[in-house]
Structure formats: structure tokens, C-alpha cells
Design a protein around this ligand. Structure first.
Ligand code: ADE
Length: 354
């Protein structure tokens, strides 16, 4: 079947998975939603996690009880939302998706909790950004499935104890360390998502190309996989961008040459670094003598959002060893210097002991 990322596909996805958050949903989300795998079989990678989840799902079905609350953590784009969708599909349950920044007022979280039906799954993205009040509303809801709501003022105030249907909360975060202890303790199942291997990304690339109905050779898929930073979301976006080039400038097939030329035009290098990553490394080398330098200083110097640097650029640069994190700040590693094609004078000097 050929799925085209048109508005109708998007609307169908939205109807199936009501998105409660009110922010505008960009084009990329439309594309992402249209190619999300819906089952464990079509979900590539994270094999250990999938096996553990299958056991939890089967056990909950056999017991006839709701699935334990789950926390998925790891860098962005590794498939936390997708996995929540797969879990919901396997449970035959409705999935409601929201994110912590859109649960600012108590009534936001209360409204969502009260709208849940038995067995439904509530997905809260960026759960580390939940405010204290929302968190405290969530505690009894997660633990004993009730809400405590007070009405009236001071002496006349009354507390209402409202039962909720048994639901499952799936929280997702890129920063598990920023979750408060009490909230973390209320998740029965906690899983870290891993970066994808080259082989897994190559499979993701081929699957997406087939959904987009674009021909791709093994070599073409390998070139894209290599530049995908261990992240299927990036792999999928690159397939889309490269397929645009293949259709407009080439014969409509993603070959090794087409993939290489398109990525060059997109200014993505062989490690998958884009201009922001290279600007970050260059800034540390050129302005701060290779580091260490604090993230706030870097963000201000680059005119970038700290969160983008911390959540998007850094995890991969650290993972492939081009950047190092020290208590004094960020440093470019010797490999980082080599990747930029710059000689690391400071490390050469220390080699000679002066
Ligand atoms: N698209 C995004 N994540 C994916 C995954 N894990 N498997 C297949 N396609 C994907």
C-alpha cells in the first residue's frame, strides 16, 4: 500500500489518536504520523525493550488488569511516541497524547484525567516539564485512580474525592534525571530507548522509502542510514528530503550517488552533522580554545536555544565522541578536531610535556 502524507491521512491519524495539545502541528509531524509503525513487527530496533513490553502486555491481558504506568526516556526522535502507539494498538486501547508544557493550569490535567475511559492510555511527552501542581494532581490518579479536588474558599472549602477509571500513563522524557523522585517512583515500568544501529537505520530507511513509493538501492539506504545520527526520526526526514532530490534532479531512484549528492546539497556531512553541530564545535575551538566552556555561554554565542543544544546536538556529539562533557563545561575531543580538519595544538603541546 502506498501511503501519501496528505491532509486526509493526517486527519485520520488525529481522529484515531486525539492530540489534546493545542500548539500548531507542523508539516513534519504530518509526515511522521503517516509513517509510524503500528505493531511490534513493523517497529524496527529496540529489541530488548519490545520483548519486555510484550511480556507486560500479555501479563496485563491475562490478569485482566490495566497495564502498569510506563516511563520511556532517551534522546529525541528514538520512537517514544511511536512505541506508545504500538502499546496502545496491542492493548486494543485508545491513546490520548499530550505534552507537559500544555498542562499549565490544574484544569488542563484534571480535564484530561476526567475524560479518560477505562483501559485508555494517556501519553504525556516531556513529562520532566510538568509543574508541581499538575504533578500532585497526578500522584493519587496514578496510584489509586482518584482525583482530590477542593471547591470553595478557606473555611468553607470542601475536598471532593473523585474516582477515575483505571488508565495507563505513559510518560516520555529526554531528561529522566529532571523528574522528581516521587513522580519517577510511580512508574511501574521504566525503559531507556537506545540509539539505533546502522543496520536498523538502514531497514527504517528502506521501509520509509517503500511507504513513500520511492525506489532505493541497498547502497543508497546505507548512505542515508550512516548520516542519521542513530535516530529514526532523522532517517525518515532524510529519506523524504533525498527522495525530493531523486524525483526532481535524478531518475527517481535513490542510489548511492543520488544519496551522497543530495546530502551534500543539504550540507549534511558523512557523520550526519548539520551546520548547527559544526557551528557548535567550531565555536568551542575558535572562540574558547577547544573548551571547557559552559552551555549557557555557548547558546548565547551561537544565538541558539539551550534546549536545542542540550537535547538535539549534544547527545549525538557525545555519543560519537566528538564532544566531551566535563564538570567545567564542554570540550572538543581530539576526534572532534580531526573531524573539523583542525590541528589540536593544545593537545600536541601537552604531548611534549610543556
Ligand atoms: N519510524 C520511526 N521509528 C521507527 C521504527 N522504530 N521502526 C520503523 N519505522 C520507524
Amino acid at each position: 500500500m502506498t501511503i501519501i502524507s496528505d491532509d486526509n491521512t493526517f486527519k485520520k491519524n488525529i481522529q484515531k489518536n486525539p492530540v489534546i495539545k493545542s500548539e500548531s502541528i507542523e508539516y513534519d509531524k504530518t509526515f511522521e504520523n503517516s509513517i509510524r509503525p503500528k505493531s511490534f513487527d513493523s517497529y524496527i530496533g529496540q529489541s530488548e525493550l519490545k520483548e519486555t513490553l510484550k511480556v507486560s502486555i500479555e501479563a496485563s491481558k491475562k490478569r485482566g488488569s490495566s497495564l502498569d504506568h510506563m516511563l520511556f526516556y532517551g534522546p529525541p526522535g528514538l520512537g517514544k511516541t511511536t512505541l506508545a502507539g504500538v502499546v496502545a494498538e496491542q492493548m486494543g486501547a485508545e491513546l490520548k497524547i499530550t505534552s507537559a508544557p500544555s498542562l499549565e493550569r490544574p484544569r488542563d490535567i484534571i480535564g484530561i484525567l476526567m475524560s479518560l475511559k477505562g483501559g485508555e492510555i494517556l501519553f504525556i511527552d516531556e513529562i520532566h516539564r510538568l509543574n508541581k501542581v499538575a504533578e500532585e494532581i497526578l500522584y493519587p490518579a496514578m496510584e489509586d485512580f482518584y482525583l482530590d479536588m477542593s471547591t470553595g474558599k478557606s473555611q468553607t472549602a470542601k475536598t471532593m474525592h473523585i474516582p477515575l477509571p483505571k488508565f495507563t500513563l505513559i510518560g516520555a522524557t529526554t531528561k529522566a534525571g529532571e523528574l522528581s523522585g516521587p513522580l519517577r517512583d510511580r512508574f511501574g515500568i521504566i525503559h531507556r530507548l537506545q540509539f539505533y544501529t546502522f543496520e536498523e537505520l538502514s531497514q527504517v530507511v528502506k521501509r520509509t522509502a517503500s511507504i513513500l513509493d520511492i525506489k532505493i538501492t541497498d547502497e543508497g539506504a546505507n548512505v542515508i542510514a550512516k548520516c542519521s545520527r542513530g535516530t529514526p526520526r532523522i532517517a525518515n526526514r532524510l529519506v523524504k528530503r533525498v527522495s525530493d532530490f531523486a524525483i526532481v534532479k535524478y531518475e527517481g531512484e535513490i542510489t548511492e550517488e543520488v544519496a551522497k549528492e543530495s546530502l551534500k546539497a543539504l550540507k549534511i556531512d558523512e557523520y550526519g552533522l548539520d551546520s548547527t553541530d559544526r557551528a557548535l564545535l567550531n565555536m568551542i575551538v575558535e572562540k574558547y580554545d577547544g573548551g571547557p566552556v559552559g552551555i549557557n555561554t555557548l547558546a548565547a554565542a551561537l544565538g541558539e536555544d539551550i534546549r536545542t543544544l542540550e537535547d538535539v546536538c549534544e547527545p549525538y556529539l557525545l555519543q560519537i565522541g566528538l564532544l566531551q562533557r566535563t564538570p567545567q563545561g564542554r570540550k572538543v575531543s581530539p576526534q572532534g578536531y580531526r573531524h573539523l580538519g583542525i590541528k589540536n595544538f593544545s593537545s600536541q603541546q601537552s604531548l611534549f610535556g610543556d
